[in-house]
Design a protein around this ligand. Sequence first.
Ligand code: SF4
Ligand code: SF4
Length: 260
Amino acid sequence: MKITRKDFLRLSGLSVLAAGAVRTFEAAKAAGQSAIRPLRGSGGAPRKQLAMAIDLRKCRQRPGCDLCMKACRDAHNVPVIADPRHEVKWIWNAPFAEVFPLEQSAYTERNYTGSPLPVLCNHCDEPACVRVCPTGATWKRSEDGIVMMDWHRCIGCKYCMVACPYEARSFNFVDPRPYIEHINSDFPTRSMGVVEKCNFCAERLAAGKQPACVEACPANAIAFGDSSDPNSPVCLALSASFSLRRKPELGTGPNVHSIV
Ligand code: SF4
Ligand code: SF4
């Protein structure tokens, strides 16, 4: 059987992911399935981990709204490329059945058919993408748990894209610059041949601002903050309502929650 380069990358990534997933799944089982279980630092104190909760009930009240996505594109020079093979996604809309295939019910069918929901990188506790990157171009930041990218170190091998179980990473198959609607000169543009994804607005947080999507939402549907702080907006939102995370059974520990 002939194995193409693409098959090789996919198989290598899947085996690394499978090995990591078994270990992290065991850890998740041992620790229970609490969605806002705080991580522990070296001294046993809760470790800061930024997280997001998107209230889909509020999103549903505004059919067709994409202001969070537009704000993210404008803040980060994300190109708009019509060809789906070359699309670059930081935060995007997907059907409920695709995002939560095991969580469908009469309720979700009634309320979410035709109502796509926003999805983004989960800034996982155990990011499979970080585990496979051969150059250290992506890493989990110790101070707040953001999974970062350094485009200068990315060699475009796409291992991280294969390893991520959420398709949260995009590859620049073409030069993205001609497809940027409004260039933000305060944020770098990327070149062809590198991977990119949501950065939880690390540059805005450093300036004391909220993430662009959080700020742009007119319905206050997105809560953001430290999941180790029970009084943070994200913990308060999650303690008041039922929420789902994508594929928690993999043990990746996703930090984006959808309130349904
Ligand atoms: S969602 Fe994917 S890209 Fe984001 S941290 Fe998790 S594994 Fe990495
Ligand atoms: S947190 Fe920032 S980078 Fe991530 S989706 Fe929201 S606006 Fe985009």
